[in-house]
Design a protein around this ligand. Structure first.
Ligand code: MTE
Length: 344
């Protein structure tokens, strides 16, 4: 374990020095031309076409900072050698990539507001550096980890995942991270660990939702079983659309658990704790309408709406919900067949 160490010269990079979103696809095209990613041509062009329709015909010098400019400049500079990561072709989605303007302009991040379109504006004052993550609980290597060390502890890759919110909207998003299992394997867990708990930052001064939405039990907390945390799909995530996470997307570190409803994919994590007993979770404490497992399933409806279909953000069309959000082959073995308790 180690403590935070920062390169002061990078502390604040003017937005003007950070390349615009349109270079995301062009930079990938450049890498493809060089043959440096080792990925197939169809995958790269499929990705490039989906991103805001930007032309993929010239090389960009630096990672993009997204259409809304809410990528923390500190991390963009600190991780310039890491982004964009190569796409892993095992993780594909139907219907291409959701435009970044949609995926980072329509967010659930209740610490700021419940109005999804406003999150991107309200995150401006949110400081994400310095940032550290505490590892606690039934584990040998407890302590406070430097985020820069943490990102370099696994093999970064880009994965295209289908995100399905419990509210029945969905998107196809390219995340950058590495399997959480790669980190957990280095920690020497106690033999009786059964769950992993995650906590988001508590900072009401910069998070207006933590001041205004006083009925909620802040900070946001989530948990997975250890088998779920070790599943190869569970991604410890540092980036989106080929650059470090936008603030509205959960900068600088979140998890993405694609077979579950989106509320399990907790953002802006400051604590990871290993426990013997099942931890409480933010939404199931807030309402009986939400459970611990929250695996997506078309037949088990939310008490107030159907889960049989979802609205795909790209086209606004209604698509049928897929069992485990389409990831049955990866995770079906973890749960008893069609037991309702696992699907809300
Ligand atoms: N994490 C925190 N800390 N706070 C939140 O409000 N919302 C969750 C999840 N993670 C949330 C969170 C919900 S309900 C969803 S659907 C996803 O984030 C949305 O992720 P996105 O905004 O990147 O699409």
């Amino acid at each position: 374990m180690s403590y935070l160490k920062f390169k002061k010269a990078w502390d604040r990079i003017p937005a003007s020095q950070v390349t615009s979103e349109s270079t995301y696809s062009s930079r990938r095209h450049f890498l493809q031309t060089l043959g440096s990613t080792g990925l197939g041509l169809s995958m790269l062009s499929g990705c490039a076409e989906g991103v805001d329709g930007a032309p993929a015909d010239s090389a960009g010098p630096a990672p993009s900072n997204g259409p809304y400019g809410q990528v923390p400049p500190f991390w963009t500079q600190q991780w310039e050698d890491l982004f964009p990561a190569a796409r892993n072709p095992r993780f594909q989605t139907d219907r291409g990539v959701t435009a970044e303007t949609l995926a980072t302009g329509y967010n659930n991040f209740h610490e700021f507001t419940t109005t999804k379109q406003r999150v991107k504006d309200l995150v401006k004052e949110f400081d994400t550096d310095p940032w550290k993550v505490e590892i606690r609980g039934e584990v040998e290597k407890k302590g406070t980890y430097d985020l820069d060390d943490l990102i370099r502890m696994g093999q970064l890759e880009e994965r295209l995942y289908h995100l399905r919110c419990v509210e029945a909207w969905s998107a196809n998003i390219p995340w950058t991270g590495y399997p959480l299992s790669q980190f957990i394997e280095k920690l020497n867990l106690g033999s009786d660990v059964k769950y992993v708990r995650f906590l988001t930052l508590l900072r009401p001064a910069q998070m207006p939702g933590q001041r205004g939405l006083s009925a909620y039990n802040w900070p946001y907390y989530e948990a997975l079983s250890i088998e779920e945390a070790m599943n190869e799909l569970t991604l410890l995530t540092f980036g989106i659309y080929g650059h470090p996470l936008n603030k509205q997307s959960g900068a600088p570190i979140r998890i993405v658990v694609p077979w579950k409803y989106g509320f399990k994919s907790i953002k802006s994590i400051v604590l990871i704790e290993f426990t013997k007993h099942r931890p409480r979770t933010f939404w199931s404490d807030a309402s009986k309408e939400y459970g611990f497992w929250a695996n997506a399933h078309p037949r088990f409806d939310h008490p107030r709406w159907s889960q049989a279909s979802e609205i795909f953000l790209n086209t606004k069309e209604r698509l049928p919900t897929q069992r485990y959000n389409g990831y049955q082959d990866f995770v079906g073995h973890l749960y008893p067949e069609d037991d309702r308790r696992y699907f809300y």
